[in-house]
Design a protein. Structure first.
Length: 235
């Protein structure tokens, strides 16, 4: 198996950095190959704007997704985006390693999603969800929080973690990714040092067997009608 780790943390010595290093070691130890996109180290451009299109088809008004499609079809995708897309095409599994910031991914990673999972390459022309460009590629959200696990439940002040994750998993699914159960390192600042050691051991264990994991089940596109509604089996 070939994995791509998309790492979004500005500090290599962070706990996220330690989780990323442990994941690489465990994957390689299990005989897998690993590519890394260290977005801050790469100084990845995280803002989706007109500068992404060296050959604009409409200079008067920016239609971002339209220009993405035209660039894909015209083979004029910006080099930094094309390089990430080539890494994606080669990957069987993509691991996103990040700290939970504002109940989401850091802006750096959000920008990567917006620019790299582009119209034309990743979705479009009727290619959505399990029929989209990344279908068959598994994805793992691996992230850290400051909140405790108990605070990310129905009665917790942050609400259920599943609510936080829905837009991220939906975005991944929209372009064909098959999400695995997330890896969550809770409360990493205030927990005991032994708990952080246990989290590193847990990510190591998880990576050793990740090639055998089954993605979270979702209904396939064929289960929906043209309005985007689940087809009632009684109809
Ligand atoms: C801008 C910012 C936003 C944050 N938002 C959240 C949040 O929504 N939920 C949460 O549990 N922690 C939040 N945190 C805390 C981080 O998740 C926490 O510092 C990080 O997971 C720790 O990992 P690290 O030591 O590798 O940085 C936020 C921190 C920052 C700097």
């Amino acid at each position: 198996m070939h994995a791509l780790i998309v790492f979004a943390h500005p500090e290599p010595k962070s706990f996220n950095g330690a989780l990323k290093d442990a994941a690489i070691a465990a994957l390689e130890g299990a005989g897998h190959t690993v590519a890394l996109s260290d977005l801050y180290a790469m100084e990845f451009k995280a803002v989706a704007d007109g500068g992404d299109f060296p050959q604009r088809t409409d200079a008067a008004r920016l239609d971002y997704a339209g220009e993405q499609t035209a660039a894909h079809e015209g083979n004029s995708v910006a080099p930094d985006i094309a390089a990430e897309q080539a890494k994606l095409s080669a990957a069987d599994l993509v691991i996103f390693q990040f700290p939970l910031w504002w109940y989401s991914v850091p802006a750096m990673l959000k920008g990567w999603l917006e620019r790299v999972l582009s119209a034309g390459f990743a979705y479009g022309a009727g290619r959505l969800f399990d029929q989209a460009g990344l279908s068959g590629t598994r994805a793992l959200l691996s992230f850290t929080t400051n909140g405790q696990e108990s605070s990310y439940t129905e009665d917790g002040w942050h609400g259920p973690i599943s609510d936080t994750l829905t837009p991220l998993h939906q975005g991944l699914r929209f372009v064909g990714f098959e999400p695995l159960k997330p890896f969550i390192a809770w409360n990493v600042h205030r927990c005991a040092a032994e708990e952080r050691t246990a989290m590193i051991a847990a990510v190591t264990d998880r990576m050793a067997g990740i090639a055998q994991e089954t993605p979270i089940p979702y209904p396939p596109m064929a289960a929906y009608d043209r309005r985007g509604l689940l087809i009632d089996p009684g109809d």
